[in-house]
Design a binder for this molecule. Structure first.
Ligand code: RIB
Ligand code: CA
Length: 310
């Protein structure tokens, strides 16, 4: 699978880069502001690729959402966006500062390209505004984001959607079908100390970095929630794109709430029978897929195996 990864590294994005490079033909990375600002997400993508030897072009993207103020996830991801990892001097440099042009040009020039977005959807929305036919030139569009009536950054909104709801609304409206790998499934693939130890056992710079970022994420979940395991959301989304046969999904109308005082950023998946929508004169086409479940053990194993390959 030929893949472009749009990301906001970000602790779990860092692991996702390794997993994507291991299982897909990763032809490029684009960065977006999200977990931390665009300078840091771009630097973090470069340093992860440099440390792991993932030699792909990295294009800087949007610094702020389509509307509203830029958000920040440093409470979870740390000020650098990669926890407390000791990062080497950066010798690699970004291929361009125009992720949107890269996405549009690559979608038109590369056959069977799959776009996987694991951060706020700002770049994807801007690409759709630049090229309304973008979706026709993609073999697939998968996002880590949202959830059917489940949230993390608010009771009903997931961070990537909440960080730029206007962009998410554009993507679900203009780029269907979208495969939504949301919290319904990513919350279920969790990692603990044993998985971190397995990653660390090979003691390479890349596995050390991966183990450190997962351990930092786990420490936040211990600190805030008392949990002994932690989801690595973005890595699970990569496996959903590269190993779709492991996942259950169903197609529904999905809308993004933009104005609700308590629900802004919610992905509203209409799970009612389509016939009821028609009977109530609410005919909204089921255009995107909600990913519900997976073989959790198999996905966790695939992620650890990918990491220890670096
Ligand atoms: O809600 C999980 C998502 O928010 C992941 O993409 C993680 O990187 C954070 O940005
Ligand atoms: Ca992310």
């Amino acid at each position: 699978m030929k893949l472009v990864l749009d990301c906001d590294p970000g602790l779990d994005d860092a692991v996702a880069i390794l997993v994507a490079a291991h299982y897909a033909d990763l032809i490029g990375i684009t960065t977006v502001a999200g977990n931390v600002g665009i300078n840091r997400t771009t630097r973090n993508a470069l340093v992860v690729a440099q440390v792991a030897g993932v030699d792909v072009p990295i294009h800087r993207g949007a610094a702020r959402p389509l509307a509203g103020a830029a958000v920040d996830g440093s409470r979870i991801h740390g000020q650098t966006g990669l926890g407390n990892s000791v990062l080497p001097d950066l010798t690699w440099s970004e291929a361009s500062d125009d992720a949107v042009a890269y996405i549009c040009d690559t979608a038109r020039s590369v056959d069977d390209l799959h776009l996987l977005a694991i951060g706020p959807l700002t770049n994807v929305a801007l690409a759709l505004q630049r090229d309304p036919d973008l979706r026709r030139h993609l073999a697939g569009l998968t996002i880590m984001g949202g959830g059917a009536h489940i949230g993390n950054i608010t009771p009903v909104a997931e961070f990537n959607i909440w960080a730029d709801p206007e962009a998410a609304a554009v993507v679900f409206e203009k780029a269907a079908p979208v495969t939504m790998v949301g919290l319904d499934v990513t919350n279920r693939v969790v990692f603990g100390d044993g998985d971190i130890a397995r990653m660390r056992a090979t003691a390479t710079p890349a596995t050390e970095l991966a183990a450190n970022v997962v351990e930092y994420l786990l420490d936040r979940f211990r600190e805030y929630l008392g949990h002994s395991t932690v989801p690595v959301h973005d890595a699970t989304a990569v496996i959903a794109a590269t190993h779709p046969q492991l996942f259950e999904k169903s197609r529904h109308p999905i809308a993004v709430e933009l104005s609700g005082a308590h629900t802004r950023g919610m992905t509203v998946a209409d799970l009612r029978p389509a016939a009821l929508g028609r009977a109530l004169d609410q005919p909204r086409p089921p255009t995107s897929d909600v990913v519900w479940g997976t073989d959790v053990e198999a996905v966790r194993e695939l992620i650890v195996e990918a990491v220890v390959a670096y």
